[in-house]
Ligand binder design. Structure first.
Ligand SMILES: [Cu+2]
Length: 69
């Protein structure tokens, strides 16, 4: 499943790393890209959308879901 969402408060590379690490903690095999410039996070994983959202929120960020398929 490909999930794309915006994280408007992802300000820098450290934020991006934190988000990627948080997602990979529950989905070790997920392909995750996080771009602080565009604020876009793309996750390719079998992990449930709500669980991915929850870990990003728990890491201290805001999640705006754009697309999941
Ligand atoms: Cu940052």
């Amino acid at each position: 499943m490909l999930i794309e969402f915006k994280v408007p408060d992802m300000a820098c590379a450290a934020c991006a790393d934190k988000i990627v690490t948080a997602i990979q903690a529950i989905a070790p095999h997920a392909e995750v890209t996080a771009d602080p410039q565009t604020k876009l996070v793309v996750v390719n994983s079998d992990q449930n959308l709500e669980q991915i959202k929850t870990v990003v929120i728990n890491a201290g960020y805001t999640v705006l879901t754009l697309f999941a398929a």
